[in-house]
Design a protein around this ligand. Structure first.
Ligand code: SAH
Length: 258
């Protein structure tokens, strides 16, 4: 038997998680500012460029990328509902000819070798593993193409056991920023830039908008113990962030394929 402290995100049905996040604008920490900052390190995109956005969610960053780059963008996500929302937004914004969402798994992609000029991924690579993801995606990039990925990273070499346990459980391969840069180099990318996402990406843009959604979700699933446990877990994640944010965060890793 698990007590709440030991419960893990992996024990919950994906459909429950998708349902919760389908009514939130973001499904992970981030901001338009950091998306545009990361984009500022990427050169040479033109109308013929092809971009993939892995684990695009409902497409907050996908639409922003489309508005700030030429070329075509393909968003990939496991969740049909998120992809439907992205494709609807693309139509509404008159970007339907340049943005397309497809349902698929980012570790089993239907793309050609060397198809893309840029592979983007915010808050998603941890679910297949940073090392596995950037190695697998490498073949889909043209030589000289870019990768830009946010990933949970330790800011310090050591941290309190409580937060270590939480993140190792959620993202087993979590490691330090330095180790991740080394993983990037080994995967065949020149590190171009990296920066840590500011706290507001977590607090203002991710945890705060979840509060009303949590109340709503509990009402929608009144009496459902699994839904209640899931909300407790999400609340605990937010509490842990405020307690331990000096030890970890999202880092944007930007690299260029050699
Ligand atoms: N990029 C979005 C969503 C981040 S949440 C944002 O920053 O708001 C992580 C997303 O990755 C979710 O939408 C989830 O459905 C998706 N995901 C998780 N594992 C995946 C996989 N193997 N293949 C494709 N998408 C995946």
């Amino acid at each position: 038997m698990n007590n709440k402290e030991d419960q893990s995100i992996h024990e919950f049905d994906l459909n429950l998680i998708f349902e919760y996040f389908s009514k939130l604008e973001r499904q992970g920490p981030g901001s338009p500012e950091i998306t545009l900052k990361a984009l500022s390190f990427i050169n040479g995109l033109n109308e013929k460029s092809k971009i993939a956005d892995m684990g695009c969610g409902t497409g907050g960053q996908t639409i922003l990328l489309a508005k700030n780059t030429p070329g075509k963008i393909t968003g990939v996500d496991l969740c049909q509902n998120f992809i439907d929302q992205l494709n609807r937004k693309a139509q509404d914004e008159n970007l339907g000819d340049r943005v397309k969402g497809i349902v698929g798994s980012m570790d089993n992609l239907p793309f050609e070798n060397e198809e893309f000029d840029l592979i983007w991924s915010e808050g998603a690579i941890g679910s297949i593993g940073f090392e596995k993801g950037i190695n697998y995606w490498n073949k889909f990039l043209k030589k000289g193409g870019y990768i830009a990925v946010t990933y949970e990273s330790w800011f310090t070499n050591e941290r309190p056991a409580e937060i270590e346990k939480w993140w190792v459980d959620a993202v087993p391969q979590i490691t330090t920023v330095g180790q991740n840069v080394s993983i990037m180099q080994n995967a065949g990318y020149v590190p171009v830039a990296l920066f840590a996402a500011p706290e507001s990406c977590w607090t203002d843009n991710y945890y705060r908008p979840q509060k009303p959604r949590q109340e709503e979700f509990l009402k929608e699933h009144r009496g459902n113990k699994t839904a209640e446990d899931f909300i407790s877990l999400m609340r605990r994640e937010a509490d842990l962030y405020s307690k331990y944010k000096q030890y970890y965060g999202y880092v944007f890793y930007i690299g260029k394929k050699i």
